[in-house]
Design a protein around this ligand. Structure first.
Ligand code: HAM
Length: 425
């Protein structure tokens, strides 16, 4: 047989059967927490128009300049979605979700794609869960966004994190800041990285998000935006800080936090963990009051966040936190002979119709091999069925934990396994 020469694309991993239980448990936690906050789920396509992402995320961002997977089909240009804020806003505008009335509190779970250099905690296909609250300019929405985000980690038992907070102001404050920032950077312009030099005229605040080594000394001493915030932005920021203090959510002010997208206005935040390596951002988000209009809707304020699911699971592994209970099979049927196998097939359906998990051998192996398989499956009970058992309608039910066997009818099998299962809960 030819050896398979295929493997998964670089930075896009298979989530294998031993790992899917943790993923499902995490997804379940997210759905439950979202329900408590009265958020509703939204699902959008994996592909989006290239123009939407360029416009929404920003032409000069790393995501758009370096990281999007783009392709063309006919005359249409697509990208694999690198994030979900712009797509959710696209969907909000396209489907007039504002007409549903009230504030739209939307959450999502799904894969994103960024053509980054893969390393631990950084993949080309990764998963996020996140939330977008569309229609509220009130700091309460910012605080609820952060509270929801923190609540997930707290529920799981991840406590060792840092919440960094900043206000990137409104357009008026930002214009003032950009002017001061350019003035400060001007004498060093030729020493900046090539990318930062390109960003200097059009979007100097992007330089603050630069990861290039040569830019760092200039970023460290740059003027801070807080000194340029207008009164409205200051009041908003104060209310967000006050709300977090009231809820006992500790935070650090990071005046250089601008985040990787251009859509942010006012609040910006990032949650990082020392239990992660160099890719230490667990989650991030902020307010984006201009994006809905930018994408063609009416002026509508909004705020949200997204969190990396792989990174959350890396921290769980590091802290030995298990999200799952060991899954067990309720009953495994060991069947010997053609007639017994046929009977087992229909009896499996009956067991399952009572809500039990049930399985049998698919290969017609020996009794010994089937018992071995039952052990491997961590089954609670094994039902042994051969010709004699079938003709006598009396079956051997083995309690695998107690290593005890009883002979009972098919009906009694169901009640015994069911009462054992309910006793376990
Ligand atoms: P982001 O900071 O780009 O924000 O991504 C959020 C989280 O996704 C990061 O903190 C990180 O945990 C995870 N992440 C990002 N890139 C990768 C990667 N290559 N591999 C693994 N995990 C990764 C956003 O995406 C914004 N849309 C958040 C937002 C929502 N802002 C407002 N609403």
């Amino acid at each position: 047989m030819a050896k398979s020469s295929y493997s998964n694309p670089l930075g896009m991993v298979d989530i294998l059967p031993d790992q899917t239980p943790s993923w499902r448990a995490l997804e379940q936690i997210i759905h439950e927490e979202a329900a408590k906050f009265n958020f509703q789920e939204i699902r959008t396509p994996i592909l989006e128009p290239t123009e939407l992402i360029k416009r929404g995320v920003g032409q000069l961002t790393d995501i758009v300049t370096k990281e999007i997977f783009a392709f063309q089909k006919g005359d249409t240009h697509y990208v694999l979605r690198p994030e979900l804020t712009a797509p959710v806003v696209r969907s909000f505008v396209q489907h007039h979700l504002d007409q549903r009335g009230g504030i739209q509190k939307l959450y999502y779970i799904g894969p994103m794609f960024r053509a980054e250099r893969p390393q631990k905690g950084r993949q080309r296909q990764f998963h996020q869960f996140g939330l977008e609250i569309i229609g509220s300019a009130d700091p309460v929405a910012d605080i609820e966004t952060i509270t929801f985000m923190m609540g997930i980690y707290q529920r799981i038992g991840i406590k060792n994190f840092t919440l960094k907070l900043n206000s990137v102001g409104d357009p008026e404050s930002r214009e003032r800041y950009k002017h001061i920032l350019r003035k400060y950077l001007e004498p060093h312009r030729s020493k900046l990285s090539e990318l930062s030099q390109q960003r200097f005229d059009k979007n100097p605040m992007r330089i603050l998000d630069s990861k290039e080594l040569e830019d760092q000394e200039f970023i460290e001493n740059a003027p801070i935006i807080q000194d340029c915030l207008n009164e409205d932005s200051v009041i908003h920021f104060e209310k967000v800080k006050r709300g977090l203090q009231l809820l006992n959510i500790p935070f650090l002010i990071d005046p250089y936090l601008v985040r990787g997208m251009d859509y942010y206005t006012r609040t910006a935040f990032e949650l990082s963990s020392s239990d992660l390596g160099s890719q230490n951002a667990l989650a991030g988000g902020g307010r984006y009051d201009l994006l809905v209009e930018e994408i063609g809707g009416k002026p509508t304020p909004a705020v949200g966040f997204a969190a990396g699911m792989e990174r959350l699971l890396i921290v769980c592994e590091k802290l030995n936190i298990s999200l799952t209970e060991k899954s067990v099979l309720d009953i495994y049927i060991v069947s010997l002979g053609e007639e017994a196998r046929n009977w087992a097939l229909s009896y499996l359906l009956e067991l399952r119709s009572h809500g039990l998990s049930a399985s049998m051998d698919y290969t017609g192996r020996s009794m010994k091999a089937q018992m071995k398989e039952a052990n491997r499956e961590h089954t609670c009970f094994t039902l042994i069925v051969g010709e004699n058992e079938l003709s006598n309608r009396a079956f051997i039910l083995r309690d695998m934990n107690k290593s005890e066997e009883i002979t009972i009818s098919a009906k009694e099998v169901i009640s015994t396994v069911l009462s054992h299962k309910s006793g376990q809960k």
